[in-house]
Design a protein around this ligand. Sequence first.
Ligand code: MN
Length: 383
Amino acid sequence: MVDTTLRDGEQTAGVVFSNQEKIRIARMLDEIGIHQAEVGIPVMGGNEKAVLKKIAAQGLSISLMAWNRANIEDINHSLDCGVDAVAISISTSDIHIQYKLQSSREEVLEKMVKATEYAKKHGVYISVNAEDASRTDYDFLVKFARAAKEAGADRLRYCDTVGVLEPFMTFEIISGLIEDTGVDVEMHTHNDFGMATANSLAGIKAGARYVGCTINGLGERAGNAALEEVAMALKFLFNKDQDIDTKLFREISEYVARASGRILPPGKPIVGDNMFRHESGIHAAGVIQYPGTYEVFSPEDVGLERQIVIGKHSGSKALILKFKEFGISLSSDEATEMLPMVRRTTVEMKRPLFDKELIYIYEDYMHKKYEKGIDYSTVSTEQ
Ligand code: MN
């Protein structure tokens, strides 16, 4: 797995990491055991170069890749930073060649080959990036991939730059590309239609051996494939364990969320607060009996905790379990009698209840039950 939080992630409009944050994120990725991190764009100079040099000097075992346009100057800046790998990027679609590069297919090939041969001479690992590959004429893409391989590229980054792929098409294109060129493919997908993770997985299924992701899916526009999603899907849905420390996922997600000024949505797959929160009576009762009823992996696997939330949909079993946390053992009759009060309060508050509020309800209930002698068996439980 290749992480590009520090390059594509930071490229996101409105996101900038401090030097310390960049170093910290690189160290965390190393600790997790990610194979390679794309750490930045050296040709930006000054600060960016200085921090890349610092990251390279950390003595990490993660491979460090720097991003370049297809020219010698960019590559010289990268070599200067002491990274062991370079991405050499150039657009391959006609729409980019015409409007962005104002160039020709021939010139694109020539520039890429020159830059690749130059980097190869300097002994770095090379990923040649076909930018906007998903909107590129297929025959030209084949030509480009073959030329890249011949010039010494170690792999081809297939960029779905504007996120227009869907998994079925991805599988077909990547299968064909590998068959036609024998090139090692890295998937790089964007989430404009919400399919970045699915497209990455489709590419892997088709034979791509590398996948570029970012923490929290941070990246341009709707973002990239999220590393934590791809990693857990590979492990649990594809049975391909990446041998990485997934227990650190929540920690790095929170860190990147803070550093990028983006809150982590509660419903974020894999690492969101709600992943292991159960409120509905049926679900909570199931999970209390056997977590596998409503959980595919354990909260500990990603550094989260299971939480039974007491709210409108809670049942008596969850209530009993919750009160155990407070050192109070409710009988199932008591739990059943308290439920209508719990539900009424959550609807009034329009949210689940805090521990304190549950205790108040309990005190209220006990008070009425014993001091006023109300017979609760006659109280209606309708909502
Ligand atoms: Mn990108």
